[in-house]
Design a protein around this ligand. Structure first.
Ligand code: ADP
Ligand code: MG
Length: 329
């Protein structure tokens, strides 16, 4: 830490906004919060490393936003209500304006989702910036959505529209040709995702299983299917494509890239969930009330394996890399 600003000054200046009454926040040795009777604590932690999870030159405001948003997304997938969070910060040097912007971005999410920062740890790191967030939420123990709860005959749904984060990420990383207009239209999906907290809470009464698809639709859905001992069929044409990617549907040579982005693209904080067909109408109503697209994209099957039918109704033989092991021939 530099001499101008100590670790304690830094925390006091940027990471000590008031916490709600009844909670003890940063400053004591531990944070304290109370959970109502009948509720369980849901907790999750994520690490974000410079160069691995975010680009070194990313805007610190959007980084602060994303650092908390990706954790809130895990609470959303459990149907949990946020209670508070902890922030671990490893910084090679103190760049005060960077920290100020980061904290602003972080607090936009903390305040938007009532998830106060209750404490953390700050240290000098040797190589690059390391961020670690732990979130706490509460769930009604009878209403949690669990990965192992999908049932054959369930419909499979996704929230939002897919593909944009992957397309943006590949352009920024130099893995796909730069298209400035396309980057402009997709960048927010990558950098400032919206955790689906309200949707997750509302779904808990209807859905069997849910997961956030931060590692890509097929990979994350396959976790649900493995845990539940089921398989699935998906209809590629039904999967909602981000509006900025619509031109890729017909652009020569762009289909493979689009398919990869939709089926396997990560950094996506939408929910994939399974629910009995009898809940179909109620889920449509929820989506409309919350103004979040919710789209049925397939079915859970008794037979194991994950089969995706393409736009002409044929099973896709070469699903994006990494998923072949789960495919039945
Ligand atoms: P300890 O020595 O017990 O680890 P610290 O001196 O590291 O405590 O931290 C002092 C207080 O500041 C603690 O209450 C801690 O929760 C809080 N704190 C430290 N780093 C952060 C941070 N990055 N964000 C929020 N609170 C923090
Ligand atoms: Mg400490």
């Amino acid at each position: 830490m530099n001499a101008a600003l100590s670790e304690f000054d830094l925390i006091a200046r940027y990471f000590k906004r008031a916490v709600p009454g009844g909670m003890v926040g940063g400053g004591d040795d531990c944070a304290l919060f109370t959970v109502a009777p009948g509720m369980q604590v849901a907790t999750s932690t994520d690490l974000l490393l410079e160069g691995r999870h975010f680009f070194s030159d990313v805007d610190p405001f959007t980084l602060g936003h994303k650092t908390l948003a990706v954790n809130l997304s895990d609470l959303a997938a459990m149907g949990a209500t946020p209670v508070g969070c902890l922030l671990g910060l490893g910084l090679p040097t103190i760049d005060e304006s960077w920290v100020a912007r980061f904290a602003e971005g972080f607090y936009t999410q903390a305040e938007a989702f009532n998830c106060p920062l209750l404490g953390g740890d700050t240290t000098r790191s040797l190589h690059g910036i390391t961020l670690s967030v732990t979130v706490f939420g509460t769930v009604n123990s009878s209403l949690t959505m669990r990965r192992n709860a999908a049932q054959a005959g369930d419909e499979i749904w996704v929230s939002g529209e897919l593909g944009a984060a992957d397309i943006a990420c590949r352009m920024i990383a130099g893995q796909a040709p730069m298209d400035a207009a396309l980057l402009k239209a997709t960048r927010a999906a990558l950098e400032t995702p919206t955790p689906r907290i309200a949707l997750g809470q509302a779904l808990a009464a209807h859905a069997h299983a849910a997961i956030d698809i931060s590692d890509g639709l097929l990979q994350d859905l396959s976790h649900v299917l493995h845990a539940s001992g089921c398989g699935a069929t998906l209809d590629e044409a039904a999967i909602p494509v981000h509006p900025a990617l619509q031109p890729l549907l017909t652009a020569p040579g762009a289909q493979a890239r689009l398919r990869q982005a939709i089926l396997a693209g990560g950094d996506l904080y939408e929910l994939c969930f399974t629910a009995p067909v009898t809940a179909h109408a109620a889920i449509r109503v929820l989506g409309a009330q919350l103004n979040i697209p919710v789209t049925p994209i397939g079915m859970v099957t008794q037979a194991p394996g994950l089969v995706v039918y393409d736009r002409s109704g044929h099973a896709i033989a070469d699903l994006p890399a990494g998923f072949d092991h789960f495919r039945t021939k």
